[in-house]
Design a protein around this ligand. Structure first.
Ligand code: AMP
Ligand code: MG
Length: 520
């Protein structure tokens, strides 16, 4: 296996001088050197063919002993020096101090086809940042990250990706519902990849420690290698950098809203500086369209990270980043302007995203109202978001009276769609039909375009759980099936029709399906 290794992060940035793997506060450094843990009996369960190609690894190489050993942490590639990054973060709104890569170890960076890929093992053992935990990951959370990150890529949402999913052969103790019922689970390791894994928290930690020298080193590095189009570091460049991070963050969140993805833990340590969806933990997919929904049981009370609040949290997190880089700019106004712009852009981008979901391509002043009414209706009785928007593409402009029938399958409790609820839907379809008359596209053309933004297949919470249950018994076929299906989320793929269905009843309140904890 030949990789074009081009390490930058660990070669160019200040490192922790201490080499021992002990938990500690690490100051004046971006990372600590650390070796992955030896695993008992590693086994590769799945590899992403697309990521192999991106990295220049052949399918044969992926079957080699070397691949197995490197991507489960048992062998360190020649001329590489694995490390864990130091970062801090706000967790659920509170400054949590140093966090860092507690169970992620960066192997190296690879250059291929003019792209930079950082390779990182998640679950490869403890690091100086592991705090009270073990640095390991279990199979269920690894399957969820592996499948979802690749699925998000194919949905057109910017994201970190995954190269491989492996069993470590070790047992890992976890208390899933934090109720004192800890049990052993199979340990696993995902090799995930991204241009960079830098998070808001990497900058915050230096600011919190009033270490402006290293803050500047890290920001300059980030601009030079990941935002080089912005030019040489200067006050103006720092402002432009922040503007671009804000834009990318907004863009990512608008896509989440479009496909119904709820991240679940939007802490600032889980916000990528590149605007990538990162850290797939207790995330979930909307089934019933519900602004108030969060999959994360840890957040059940305040629902800080609920679906409808994600854009606001993006803004809140950007404010924390602005505070962190302020010492380099020493002027609040330009940063405030960017944050205000985020609010304006959020309104307009949401509107145009929703227009595209409805197949509206000209701008009409009443669109906001039409969309608001639709969202209100979607909340009247549990209505499946994915099925609703996908089926809506079959709506015929001239046939408003068939609207309800076309989307009927999206209702979880069709019996409730009577009386006033039914009337509100009928009214809405009348309005929609009238609105469509202003468009120039035919029904057929509109359907084609709508189907490119309204996915037919997403990784429903229960689907991931089915794959996990099978995998626990040693059957990995469903992982492969879902992986392949999710490569074409917008395609019809009639062979996978059974996955274009509402959440089955058994999954409504099942742990792992609608309820997830941070325990992983
Ligand atoms: P998360 O909420 O998963 O983003 O994790 C928050 C922090 O806890 C990060 O610093 C993680 O590295 C750390 N962490 C989470 N799980 C573990 C674990 N099993 N072992 C060590 N550190 C962990
Ligand atoms: Mg994290």
């Amino acid at each position: 296996m030949k990789l074009n290794i081009k390490d930058k992060f660990n070669n160019l940035l200040p490192s922790d001088p201490l080499l021992e793997n002990s938990r500690r506060q690490v100051s004046e450094a971006c990372f600590s050197y650390v070796k992955p843990k030896q695993t008992a009996k590693p086994e590769i369960l799945h590899v992403s063919p697309e990521m192999l190609e991106n990295l220049g690894i052949s399918e044969d190489d992926a079957k080699s002993e070397a691949f197995l050993n490197v991507f489960t942490g048992n062998k360190v590639l020649e001329n590489t020096n694995p490390y864990a990054m130091c970062y801090g973060g706000h967790q659920f709104g509170n400054w949590a101090g140093q966090l860092g890569d507690g169970r992620a170890i960066n192997l190296c960076e690879v250059q291929h086809n003019d792209k930079n890929w950082a390779l990182q093992l998640k679950g490869a053992g403890e690091t100086p940042y592991s705090r009270t935990a073990d640095g390991l990951a279990v199979l269920r959370s690894s399957i969820r990250e592996y499948l979802c990150s690749e699925a998000m890529f194919h949905l057109g949402v910017s994201t970190t990706r995954a190269l491989s999913l492996a069993l470590s052969g070790d047992q890992v103790l976890r208390d899933v519902m934090y109720d004192g019922n800890a049990a052993y689970e199979k340990g696993a390791i995902v090799c995930r990849t991204a241009e960079s894994f830098l998070r808001f928290g990497n900058y915050q930690i230096f600011a919190a420690r009033q270490d402006e020298a290293n803050l500047k080193i890290l920001v300059d590095y980030t601009i030079k290698y990941h935002f080089s189009h912005l030019g040489e570091p200067s006050k103006e460049t720092y402002i432009a950098f922040f503007r671009e991070v804000a834009n990318r963050t907004l863009n990512m969140i608008i896509h989440w809203q479009r496909v119904g993805f709820v991240h679940g833990v939007m802490n600032t340590d889980n916000m990528s500086i590149l605007g990538l969806t990162i850290d797939y933990g207790p995330y979930g997919w909307l089934e019933g369209y519900d602004y108030g929904w969060t999959p994360n049981t840890t957040d059940r009370q305040h629902k800080r990270y609920r679906y409808g609040n994600q854009p606001n949290i993006g803004l809140w997190n950007l404010l924390q980043l602005a505070n962190a880089i302020y010492p380099l700019i020493e002027e609040a106004e330009p940063l405030e302007t960017i944050l205000n712009q985020y609010k304006t852009d959020f309104e307009s981008e949401s509107l145009s995203m929703m227009r595209s979901k409805l197949g509206l391509y000209i701008e009409d002043e009443n669109d906001q109202k039409l969309i608001q009414d639709l969202e209100d209706n979607l909340h009247l009785t549990e209505t499946d978001m994915t099925i609703f928007f996908r089926n809506l593409a079959d709506f015929k402009m001239e046939d408003a009276s068939k609207g309800l029938k076309i989307i009927h399958n999206a209702f979880y409790k069709p019996d409730e769609v009577i009386g006033n609820i039914k009337k509100r839907w009928e009214d809405w379809f009348l309005g929609y039909s009238e609105r469509l008359q202003k468009e120039t596209f035919s029904d057929v053309e509109r359907k084609m375009k709508m189907n490119q933004v309204n996915p037919k297949y997403v990784l429903r919470n229960y689907m991931a759980q089915l794959a996990i249950d099978d995998a626990d018994k040693g059957d990995y076929a469903l992982i492969d099936e879902l992986f392949n299906m999710l490569k074409k989320p917008y395609g019809e793929q009639p062979e996978y029709e059974k996955w274009f269905a509402k959440r089955p009843d058994w999954a409504r309140h099942k742990v792992g399906c609608s309820m997830l904890s941070c325990s992983s």
